[in-house]
Design a protein around this ligand. Sequence first.
Ligand SMILES: Nc1ncnc2c1ncn2[C@@H]1O[C@H](COP(=O)(O)OP(=O)(O)OP(=O)(O)O)[C@@H](O)[C@H]1O
Ligand SMILES: O=C(O)c1ccc[n+]([C@@H]2O[C@H](COP(=O)([O-])O)[C@@H](O)[C@H]2O)c1
Length: 195
Amino acid sequence: MPYAEKGMQIGLFGGSFNPAHAGHALVAEIALRRLALDQLWWIVTPGNPLKSTRELAPLAERIRLSEKIAQNPRIKVTAFEASHHIRYTADTLALVRAKNPGIDFVWIMGADSLRDFHRWQRWRQIVMTFPIAVIDRPGSTLSFLSSVVAKTFDYARVDEGDAPILARMRAPAWTFIHGPRSLLSSTEIRQAAKK
Ligand SMILES: Nc1ncnc2c1ncn2[C@@H]1O[C@H](COP(=O)(O)OP(=O)(O)OP(=O)(O)O)[C@@H](O)[C@H]1O
Ligand SMILES: O=C(O)c1ccc[n+]([C@@H]2O[C@H](COP(=O)([O-])O)[C@@H](O)[C@H]2O)c1
């Protein structure tokens, strides 16, 4: 797990990154700026529990490409989930919280992730652990509103203008961040590579 100092605001950006692309880098840059983060931990998962591992590139390769794409020194590419033998986000957040007293974290994800978020293990616990920033993604700009999580935690939605202080808020708290969007997806990149 990367080193952090007390008082910092840190974003946690988990993903398969199979492969990493400029859309991920855009999300990371938007999060750093809009959430006033000191660091962003780019967490390469050993494997999304809801996705097939059939097309999953080896972890080392996904880390290598992530490091190439994530050029900002505030972005720390890490794969501590694998070394701690965990893959459920609820476990990741519990571990991060236990190891980092005095640091404020935000979970970051693209808007498409909201659609199936209620299928993640202990999803309510995730929402109750750290604030969440949802970054706009083409195709999910409005549809996210009908997601189970957005409806369940409608009362905890925070104005986008308060994004710089989201990390310091007590969970549950989440916001939707609009901004420049990227059409890129790892699926399309993998498909193009097969042709
Ligand atoms: N173009 C994008 N715009 C906004 N968010 C994105 C974009 N691409 C990925 N994300 C977000 O980044 C995180 C990691 O995504 P992931 O590694 O699964 O990439 P992906 O392109 O969605 O991959 P795949 O097509 O294999 O599902 C997720 O929270 C996802 O919502
Ligand atoms: O904990 C879960 O049940 C869970 C289910 C689906 C996705 N996740 C996490 O969500 C993040 C984004 O995954 P992905 O595959 O969409 O890039 C990554 O950190 C995954 O570990 C977590």
